[in-house]
Design a protein around this ligand. Structure first.
Ligand code: AZC
Length: 812
């Protein structure tokens, strides 16, 4: 098959055909939705031929493929990315103009698929972009949630969650393939049977659902490569339907259908704090079982020698969510393909690798033996056997070290549960953290015993972000400025940004760079005015903290900074005219069940409404908290930012990826020595980064010596005044109880040591003000941030995965 001609006329013709034949409307009567859907189909038409060809090659080719297993893909809008990748942006713009349509209204019409919570899901989206751009044969597997991450609204300053009906306008980027459905089973019991003289186990499930794939094209950046993202949707099986319909119980049949379809209904909105819900385990097994069956049946030839499977595929486990794939692979190999256990285990251990994204113990998934046994009885048996054999190996190596055996057991006692991170570590060929410090702490702390036993498994791959979306699309003016200086090619070879270093010394370039920043602020102003009615003043330093709301990320430290500045003025110690004008932007969703995080959201809004309306501040401080921070908003906020807030307690943020996006767009970072901040600071240099706070070893030492947050409040007058102001009801209409739990938590518990880092943080913010006063010097630093952070392209991350873990080769 061939693509439509890549000309304006060709595009117009294809667009009108789609409008007429797919939407059944004429241009004169088409709605915005009709036009948007026809436009999306048109862009798709240009990509399909390459896509089919790449799928054919992948089947024919013997090269190794990467199957990225992730429960989340936080894709963001697709239209612009697909236009850019296919090189059609200009043609499409002109073609639509010829039809009287402004392409920007089409862009704005798209609802982003929010099929992820935050960093982990967005990382997966960056990775599939880079895999395609590097021409690595790969498939992304995941879940097509009918409802993605909830839409956040504020009522009286408090978060309210609304369902995210992202499919309501239709989803033009997907192809449903019912003929490629897989059956996924659950529950029931296991039994042994005599298979021609061999005693084997098998699973007799109680119920099953149909997993229907929806395929999405993942185009590489202007390289003609189109990979696949395959998201599974749950439907009731035919057999199930028939049986109940035949029994005449219509209502029961429909209920059964709803039950099955619940599995892919909604994304769990917990980021880093899994709830151990049965439906979540169903989701996890549902998508990995379908993905493994899909890969084995659709991609591999029928006569395939399973012993060579590790030469053909690596399944990358994006955190613990897909780890049930390990016993599933064993079940397929042993029970279905009848391999003996040792041969199957040897294969399995080479086919999986595991990425850990956290250090918080509460974020490591654990499933109760009881639940696993009920839902996946055969898998539980397999896990027990894997564990028994593993503990034998531990005993062989370390003797009867009961402490070690207990601490390393995949199955823990009281309550009996399965530690999925341990299962992944035992099964995986490699285990990686997502930034240098994180990988080091993983080895030293979370998985210390495993590192002692099998150090060769552990490696690091520092995260990255796609420069196509987060530079070229989000910041077209900066991209043009860079291209004018360096020529083309840097978008796929981001280390070339280094060549900008000399431009930092060029006054004209600095002026042009500052103009771009100013233009991005004006554009953000327009977006926020239209979206939420907020205005951003041109002359304010734009200080941004956008990320999930979590105590370890320490939005409270940012709040205390704002309250401190406010208190200085209202108490008369500082004149408003002496403040550096600043606008603080927050963006953050809280998990619906996370009470403290929701209180902090309430407090930010409350502080904002007081600060923004107090005439004594003369408009010099402004707090802006647009609700429903998502990828689309990130693409507007990040390019406008001057200051990037990366202020987690050292040792808690595995990597961060927002930190990279800000630096690449010329914001300076104020941050702790945590996650990838460490690597950003090493690259940009101390002069271009505002470091503050305790290092991870200092945090440990303070814990060990007995942390008493109250002592820090006693020692810093301004800290005490700020906490008192919050307690006094100044931000809650005089009500002292509203924010009391936040203040007491800080004074008496403060797990994330906000008070211990407060003084250093305020001092660092003063250094920020001083630096910003020299605007030209600031711009110079901003340019150096861009020039020196090309390392954080997700293309580099993917190359590291290839070299250190996958050993798969790009196919051109
Ligand atoms: C996040 C980490 O918190 C963040 O630091 C990292 O940048 C990101 O993954 C990508 O690696 N983790 C999660 O979102 N979720 C879990 C379960 O860790």
């Amino acid at each position: 098959m061939s693509s439509p001609p890549a000309t304006v006329d060709g595009f117009v013709r294809e667009f009108l055909v789609n409008l007429n034949l797919e939407r059944g409307v004429a241009l004169s009567s088409a709605t915005e939705t009709d036009k948007y859907l026809a436009l999306a189909s048109t862009v798709r038409d240009y990509l399909v031929a390459r896509w089919l060809e790449d799928q054919r090659m992948q089947r024919a080719d013997q090269s190794k493929a990467v199957c990225y297993l992730s429960a989340e893909y936080l894709l963001g809008r697709q239209l612009d990315n697909n236009l850019l990748a296919s090189g059609l942006t200009e043609i499409a713009t002109e073609a639509l103009a010829a039809c009287g349509i402004d392409i920007d209204t089409m862009r704005a019409h798209e609802v982003e698929p929010g099929l992820g919570n935050g960093g982990l899901g967005r990382l997966a989206a960056c990775f599939i972009d880079s895999l395609a751009t590097l021409s690595v044969p790969s498939i992304g597997y995941g879940i097509r949630y009918e409802y993605g991450i909830f839409r956040q609204v504020f009522r009286d300053g408090q978060q309210v969650e609304k369902p995210d009906a992202w499919l309501a306008l239709g989803s033009p980027w997907e192809f449903r393939h019912p003929e490629a459905a897989q059956t996924v089973s659950f529950a029931g019991h296991t039994e042994t049977y005599d298979d021609d003289g061999v005693l084997r186990s098998r699973w007799v499930p109680a119920w099953s659902v149909r997993a229907v794939p929806y395929n999405y094209m993942v185009p590489g950046y202007q390289n003609g490569r189109v990979n696949t993202l395959r998201l599974w949707s749950a439907e009731a099986t035919k057999a199930f339907d028939l049986r109940t319909f035949n029994s005449g119980d219509y209502v029961e049949a429909v209920r059964a259908q709803t039950f099955a379809e619940n599995i892919s209904k909604v994304l769990y909105p917990e980021d880093s704090t899994p709830q151990g819900k049965e439906l979540r385990l169903q989701q996890q097994y549902f998508f990995v079982a379908a993905s493994i069956a899909d890969y084995m049946s659709k991609v591999l030839p029928d006569d395939f020698d399973l012993a060579t499977l590790p030469d053909r595929v690596i399944f990358q486990l994006n955190d613990t969510h897909p780890v049930i794939a390990v016993p599933e692979m064993m079940r397929v190999l042993v029970d279905e393909r009848k391999l003996d256990w040792d041969a199957a285990w040897a294969i399995t251990q080479k086919c999986f690798a595991y990425t850990c994204h956290t250090l918080l113990p509460e974020a490591l998934e654990v499933w109760s033996v009881d639940l696993l046994g009920r839902l996946l009885p055969r898998h539980l048996e397999i896990i027990y056997r894997i564990n028994d054999e593993f503990l034998l190996a531990v005993r062989e190596r370390f003797g009867d070290d009961e402490r070690r055996l207990r601490d390393m057991s995949i199955v823990s006692e009281n309550p009996a549960s399965v530690r999925m991170a341990y299962l992944a570590t035992v099964a995986g060929a490699k285990v990686n953290g997502v930034a240098e410090l994180h990988s080091q702490l993983l080895r030293e702390k979370v998985l210390h015993d495993f590192d002692e036993m099998m150090p060769e498994k552990f490696t690091n791959v520092t995260n990255g972000v796609t420069p196509r979306r987060f530079m070229r699309l989000a910041n077209p003016e900066l991209s043009d400025l860079i291209t004018a200086a360096l020529g083309t090619g840097w978008l796929t070879d981001l280390e070339r940004l280094r060549e900008l270093e000399s431009y930092a010394e060029d006054a004209d370039f600095r002026a042009a760079f500052a103009d771009v920043k100013a233009a991005n602020k004006r554009r953000l102003n327009e977006v926020l005015l239209a979206r939420d009615g907020f205005a951003i003043a041109d002359d304010h330093l734009l200080d941004v903290m956008v990320k999930r709301l979590h105590e370890y990320k320490r939005q409270m430290l940012k709040v205390l900074h704002i309250v401190t500045l406010y208190e200085r003025v209202v108490s008369g110690r500082v004149a408003a005219s002496d403040l550096q004008p600043r606008t603080f932007i927050f963006g953050a969703k809280a998990a619906p069940g996370y009470a403290m995080a929701k209180r902090v959201i309430h407090l930010i809004n409350a502080v904002g409404s007081v600060v923004n309306n107090d005439p004594r501040l003369e408009g010099r401080l402004k707090v802006v908290f647009p609700p429903n921070y998502n990828v689309t908003l990130a693409e507007r906020v990040i390019p406008a930012a001057d200051l990037s807030e990366q202020i987690s307690l050292a040792g808690k943020e595995a990597s961060g990826t927002g930190n990279m996006k800000f630096a690449l767009n010329g914001a300076l970072t104020i941050g702790t020595d945590d996650g990838a901040n460490v690597e950003i600071r090493e690259l940009v240099g101390d002069d271009n980064f505002f470091l503050f706070g305790m290092s991870e070893p200092e945090v440990e030492a303070l814990w060990a010596s007995g942390y008493r947050p109250g002592e820090f409040a006693q020692a810093d007058d301004e800290l005490r005044r700020s906490l008192d102001l919050i307690s006094s009801g100044a931000f809650s209409g005089g009500d002292r109880s509203t924010f009391e739990p936040i203040v007491s938590n800080l004074l008496y518990d403060d797990r994330f040591m906000v008070l211990a880092d407060y003084t250093a943080y305020i001092a660092a913010q003063e250094r920020v003000d001083a630096a910003y006063a020299d605007r030209d010097g600031w711009t110079r630093s901003a340019i150096l941030n861009v020039a020196r952070t090309g390392f954080f392209s997700s293309d580099r991350s993917i190359r590291d995965y290839i070299d250190r873990i996958w050993h798969a080769q790009p196919v051109r």
